[in-house]
Design a protein around this ligand. Structure first.
Ligand code: XMP
Length: 333
């Protein structure tokens, strides 16, 4: 573990000058580590994997293959952004896998949150392994491990238990044990963002709010259905758009919609209209262990409520969750 610890002398990366020096150093280190060998990366579109991808493209270009698995639980437009930025603008070797049906078929009828997480995590590995097996001559696996992940694993090794199981690309089968490339493993999140911007990634991608691995799967509460998942994705896109319009997007740490598996009676076009409630969650936190509720102006809430109930099929009410953590967790599942 010792060489995984950040040296006390390491300066915090707060500006482009320091970021560029870090990038130069890591480009050289990656080239020295992998030589002319090939590297594989699971590119989720999250901040960490995106910054690793951009860094490795700079270092080794087409020796890197990125695999983006769309598990059907991404937010609106996210997979499209990955394809545009990495496949087109950065001209990466990008394999895009639309595995929506694989995931949603396995999840059909499964209501228990931890079972849902396990299914999503395991299937993610299955899809990734299927793709990796089709490729030849891969020697390395790149990962967007950052310093808090290292600190987490130290805690885990000391036997302190996590409240919810989180997943990354651990657990690959024996024949796919690659050596790891983890160029961000000594960086904190704010430093990763500065490095990402210095590498030319779009601001929105680098300052993206945290998004759980199981994605909308843990926000479409209970057993996921395609129609409720669709409503969730659309409602969440409206929430994000309006938070951006009102200058809240970078002020609030995490904000999203959850939709429970219940319907209430409402009225639309003078007829009875049964629909789901969309629940708004908007929280601030430092480390996600505790969280406070962001005060969202009523003007914003009214606009979001109006748009969601008028633009999204199947939703007839909008609620706001005012529960801090504790007692609520940030996610509902
Ligand atoms: P909770 O709900 O535990 O969430 O208060 C704390 C933070 O963790 C995120 N989260 C997850 N991230 N896989 C992830 O990668 C997961 O299964 C998962 N569950 C929660 C959550 O979005 C919040 O930022």
């Amino acid at each position: 573990m010792a060489n995984n610890l950040r040296p006390e002398t390491m300066e915090r990366i707060t500006n482009f000058e320091l970021a560029n020096a870090f990038i130069e150093e890591q480009v050289a280190a990656v080239r020295a580590q992998v030589g002319d060998k090939k590297v594989l990366l699971a590119l989720s579109g999250g901040v960490d994997s995106s910054v690793v991808a951009a860094l490795l493209i700079r270092a080794i270009g087409k020796q890197l293959t990125c695999v983006h698995v769309n598990h059907g639980l991404m937010r609106k437009g996210e997979s499209e952004d990955v394809i545009r930025v990495f496949g087109q603008e950065l001209d990466a070797n990008l394999i895009y896998v639309d595995a929506t049906d694989r995931f949603l078929n396995l999840l059909a009828g499964v209501a228990d949150p931890e079972r849902k997480r396990k299914i999503i995590g395991a299937e993610f590995i299955n899809v990734f392994v299927d793709e990796a097996r089709k490729l030849e001559g891969i020697s390395y696996l790149a990962q967007g491990t950052i310093y808090p992940d290292i600190l987490e694993s130290i805690k885990a090794a000391e036997g302190k238990q996590a409240v919810k199981s989180h997943h990354n690309v651990g657990g690959l089968p024996e024949d796919l044990q690659f050596e790891l490339v983890e160029p961000l493993k000594l960086l904190f999140k704010d430093e990763v963002r500065v490095v990402g911007e210095a590498l030319g990634l779009p601001h929105a991608m680098v300052y993206r709010q945290p998004f759980p691995g199981p994605g909308l799967g843990v926000r479409c509460l209970g057993a996921i259905t395609r129609d409720r998942l669709h409503a969730l994705r659309e409602a969440d896109a409206i929430l994000r758009e309006e938070f951006a319009n009102f200058g809240l997007a970078e002020k609030v740490w995490q904000y999203f919609i959850a939709i429970p598996d219940i319907k209430s009676v409402g009225v639309k076009d003078e007829s009875r209209y049964e629909g789901w409630p969309a629940i708004i969650r908007a929280v601030n936190t430092k480390d996600a262990m505790t969280a406070t509720i962001e005060e969202v102006p009523y003007e914003v809430l009214h606009k979001i409520t109006y748009r969601i109930t008028h633009e999204v099929e199947g939703i007839n009410r909008v609620l706001m969750d005012l529960t801090p953590k504790p007692t609520g967790t940030i996610e509902w599942e």
